[in-house]
Design a protein around this ligand. Structure first.
Ligand code: XUL
Ligand code: MN
Length: 346
């Protein structure tokens, strides 16, 4: 593997969040999109990810002509800044139509809303020169198992993805699985589920996935294994690196913050699969701690990238031959310690 291979980085406007949680109000004053774009450039990131309404605020209240005008204005702003739009994701969890799910809502009118909004999201993506739609299936699941027919819901999900694939022949869709939150149990909790769903669609080669470290951890999985699995299918098209301290709410901690070794193994998996070589970006779906003062607002992003790059170095200087010998001897105790010593900077 050529050592000089570099990565390109990305975050979304929501990653410069204001500190609100279910128990309290914001702790930092709101900032404009332009301020966030300025910070992204200052920090040397190459792309920004968007929800449809990050790109066109209040998208549902606007006409197609208004949406087109605002999307084109944004495209110009991004071009002037030299920043690409990596993905656009329909925000299908805020509107009253999506209270009981979007694509898997029991009510046909609500499912229609979700599909129409997804088509509009594709239109916005195209106007931003972006061909990748991310589906975080936030409310596709249930709180009460008997409230929905999980078998039917698979058909609904396939119908929705098919409608998107049909809407534009070039668009690709990356499913971002998460096992819970806001739902008790989600229908597409893992990469295996996402890739199996892809096979049922009208054009499986245009349906892939996005792995988020914290989501894999919440599913009780190792994100590095999820990365290898997705890459074995050529389906890892985007990535949300972050960290998570055990099975609780989705914490979106800085990359490596909770478990440096798990982070290291994700980087090793990315290295061995040459992630990024086909134009994929490394995104950090991380949030500032609620306690963060405005003057330290971007540190979680800077630190995540710094940790990532340090771990790339660690992956490239990993004592492969020594490790191979220990594997051959089945001396996993020594292998375990070799990894720890390497990470500690022996
Ligand atoms: C939710 C999450 C989202 C998606 C984009 O847990 O990670 O921010 O990444 O909709
Ligand atoms: Mn995410």
């Amino acid at each position: 593997m050529p050592k000089e291979r570099t990565y390109r980085f990305c975050f979304g406007p929501w990653n410069l969040s204001e500190g609100q949680d279910p128990y309290g109000p914001p702790t930092r004053p709101a900032q404009t999109f332009d301020w966030k774009l300025g910070k992204l450039r200052e920090l040397g990131f190459e792309a920004m990810m968007f929800h449809d309404d990050d790109a066109v605020p209040d998208v549902d209240s606007k006409t197609d002509a208004q949406v087109a005008r605002e999307a084109r204005e944004l495209r110009k702003k991004l071009r002037d800044a030299g920043v690409a739009a990596e993905i656009v994701a329909p925000r299908l969890w805020f509107d009253p139509h999506t209270i009981d799910g979007a694509y898997t809502n029991n009510d046909a009118r609500c499912r229609r809303y979700a599909i129409d909004r997804s088509r509009r999201c594709i239109d916005i993506a195209k106007m931003l020169d972006c061909d990748l739609i991310v589906l975080w299936l936030a409310r596709e699941g249930s709180y009460i198992r008997e409230s929905k027919n999980a078998r039917k819901c698979v058909d609904y999900l396939v119908e929705a993805v098919d409608a998107m694939l049909e809407h534009d022949p070039k668009i690709r869709i990356a499913i971002e699985p998460k096992p819970n939150e806001p739902m008790d149990l989600a229908y597409i909790p893992t990469i295996g589920h996402a890739l199996a769903l892809a096979q049922l669609t009208r054009d499986p080669k245009r349906v892939g996935c996005l792995i988020e470290s914290a989501h894999a951890l919440l599913a009780g999985l190792d994100p590095a294994d999820e990365i290898d699995f997705a890459c074995a299918f050529g389906k890892l098209w985007s990535l949300h690196l972050n960290d998570q301290n055990g099975l609780k709410f989705d914490q979106d901690k800085p990359f490596g913050s909770a478990n440096l070794r798990v982070a290291f193994n994700q980087v090793r998996a990315l290295e061995r699969n040459r992630y990024g070589a086909r134009g994929e970006y490394v995104a950090f779906d991380v949030h500032p701690f609620r306690t963060t003062r405005p003057e330290h607002w971007t540190l979680h992003l800077e630190n995540s990238r710094r940790t990532f790059l340090r771990l790339v170095e660690k992956a490239r200087t990993y004592p492969e031959a020594e490790a191979r010998q220990l594997v051959a001897d089945r001396n996993y105790a020594a292998l375990d310690q070799l990894v720890l010593e390497h990470l500690m900077g022996r």
